[in-house]
Design a protein around this ligand. Structure first.
Ligand code: KG4
Ligand code: ZN
Length: 351
């Protein structure tokens, strides 16, 4: 879409963005003004559907998004007291994520953009998670270091400027949230296991079982969680074979401490090595009570300015996509109606 065709609303007031998110198991839409004023935030979670299967079933997720997307978008507009005429642009998650679910959001966004003439901005989901920090901290500005830990990703990112990212570290195997979900399953907890392990860990001793903290030679900011996950499974199997009763709360607490130690230590080492002054947290695992407390305490101890989103902006939501879309829009990014879903879209890349 050409800039000249766009409805430019910038002269007569706020930039108002509709953000649409459907990359995994949340159908979400939100209207955000000026990149930080959340006028509505509608999230339809598919968790009850996927819990039956112990994890997200992509085909079922796609169908659920198809069923819900229109009503979620309509509610986001109604809750915000806005019509399409009041919007400046539409932002939508274009990747990374599950291709079927992504296509539902991208298709809906393209249809609305076509019908309304509004500009369309494709957003990277991980950049969306990072941008969640701007919502409640309007003074926050790059450069900063952000730990992004979710069900699909674990990255330490240096956000050098708006739209400019450098990945300093990432997981070599499982994402942190994935490890949480797998350990939860082994403990007999339902999907998604992260919040359940978090809850159970509060009753356990984090020093009860010495689970490993993986270090990767030559890559001090990378992570590996599959060894930790295997250590937990081996511990549980060992107990079963020897007929030793398992204290599940101790397992949850000890596993969680191992994850939080590594995430926190690597993030602050990267921040110090790169001379950063500010550290942020993002992604679904950023909702973890122990990680939030550890990151906040470490930032205070080491003298960093620190930001973490409220819980509602940690797990998948449309507001973070609208906020990322706001900065992309200001940067002149426009996607056009050829926008496609890109399941393995890399951070900093455009669909
Ligand atoms: O960002 P998100 O909503 O979706 C992805 O982009 O992956 O993250 C979902 C992940 C799941 O693995 C879930 O178990 C984890 O975030 N999670 C948590 C907590 N809340 C959600 N992990 C640990 N503690 C929590 N409180
Ligand atoms: Zn996410």
């Amino acid at each position: 879409m050409e800039m000249t065709e766009e409805k430019m609303k910038t002269e007569d007031g706020d930039i108002v963005i509709l953000g649409i998110e459907s990359s995994c198991d949340e159908t979400a839409a939100s209207v955000v003004a000026s990149g930080c004023e959340v006028l509505s935030n509608v999230i339809h979670s598919q968790i009850p559907v996927h819990t039956l299967y112990g994890g997200v079933v992509p085909e079922i997720a796609s169908r659920e998004h198809v069923k819900r997307i229109n009503q979620v978008i309509r509610k986001a507009l109604t809750d915000a007291g806005k019509t399409l005429q009041d919007l400046t642009a539409i932002a939508v998650t274009a990747g990374p994520g599950l291709v079927g679910p992504l296509l539902v959001g991208v298709g809906a966004a393209k249809a609305i953009a076509f019908a309304s003439g509004l500009p369309l901005v494709g957003v990277n989901h991980i950049e969306g998670h990072i941008s969640a920090n701007f919502i409640e901290h309007p003074d926050l500005a790059p450069p900063f270091i952000c730990l992004v830990a979710s069900g699909g990703h674990s990255h330490i990112v240096l956000m050098e400027d708006y739209g400019k990212y450098r990945i300093l570290g990432q997981t070599r195997d499982d994402a942190a949230g994935e490890a949480y979900d797998k350990v939860a399953r082994a403990l007999g907890l339902p999907y998604p296991g992260g919040p359940k392990v978090d809850q159970l860990a509060k009753e356990g001793n984090p020093d009860a079982i010495p689970f490993p903290r993986a270090k990767i030679d030559g890559s001090p900011y990378d992570f590996s969680f599959s060894g930790l996950k295997s250590a937990v499974l081996n511990y549980l199997n060992g107990c079963e074979m020897k007929n030793i009763p398992v204290n599940k709360a101790d397992v949850a607490a000890s596993f969680q401490k191992a994850v939080v130690d590594v995430l926190t230590e690597h993030t602050f080492r990267a921040a110090e090595d790169h001379g950063a002054k500010t550290v942020c947290l993002a992604g679904g695992v950023a909702a973890n009570s122990s990680l939030r407390a550890a990151m906040e305490a470490e930032a205070e101890k080491r003298g960093f300015t620190y930001s973490q989103p409220s819980l509602i902006y940690c797990t998948d939501n449309g507001a973070m996509i609208a906020t990322a879309g706001y900065y992309a829009y200001l940067n002149g990014e426009r996607s056009g109606l050829s926008l496609n879903a890109v399941p393995n879209l890399k951070i900093g890349e455009r669909a």
